[in-house]
Design a protein around this ligand. Structure first.
Ligand code: 5GP
Length: 182
């Protein structure tokens, strides 16, 4: 039976790297592709990293009830299409959603069988350093992201599992333990 996992973590926590490594090792798991209104970053491809939508396209999907969940994050909208998730699960695929904690809790409400995993940073100082090290955002955007971290950690109280991203290798091992044994 196909299964649904939701992985969340504060911005800059390195969850993207951890998930990528997990997927390289376990190609039978598939990463969901979300919709977003944020600008495309260098190297990103429409339909691969995200489906990049305009604000009005996104709003139309919201109105039509096409999202399983959606949330505003750092001034941009992000959403998971019901159709995408349902198709994958119907096809027998094991799906991973990489979404924010608010979205994760909404998914759990609708699909209680989903397993929620939170990736925490080893320390807040380190997290701030990682965010700045990416050099992909303005100072204002970084400040916004730092402000949302508190909320993410607060929401993570309701998650099924929490792991600390001390090293990528350890974090991947912990995720494998959870996914294979839950
Ligand atoms: P980024 O802009 O760095 O790609 O993502 C910012 C945040 O949006 C991350 O915390 C990411 O997990 C979250 N996110 C990405 N896709 C979705 C989605 O479909 N729904 C929700 N709720 N959050 C998402």
């Amino acid at each position: 039976m196909s299964r649904l996992f939701v992985i969340s973590g504060s911005s800059g926590v390195g969850k993207g790297t951890v998930i990528k490594e997990f997927l390289n090792k376990n190609p039978e798991y598939k990463l969901s592709i979300s919709c977003t209104t944020r600008n495309m970053r260098e190297g990103e491809i429409d339909g691969v990293n995200y489906f990049f939508l305009t604000k009005s396209e996104f709003e139309k999907c919201v109105k039509n009830g096409e999202f399983l969940e959606w949330a505003e994050f750092s001034g941009n909208c992000y959403g998971t299409k019901k159709e995408f998730v349902n198709k994958c699960l119907k096809n027998g695929e094991n799906l991973i959603l990489e979404i924010d904690t608010k979205g994760a809790l909404n998914v759990k409400r609708i699909m209680p069988e989903a397993v929620l995993i939170f990736i925490a940073p080893p320390s807040l100082e380190e997290l701030e350093a990682r965010l700045r090290g990416r050099h992909t955002e303005t100072e204002e955007a970084i400040q916004k992201r730092l402000a949302s971290i508190k909320l993410e950690i607060e929401n993570s109280k309701y998650f099924d599992y929490k792991i600390v991203n001390d090293t990528v290798e350890n974090a991947v091992k912990n995720i494998e333990n959870i996914i294979f044994n839950s």
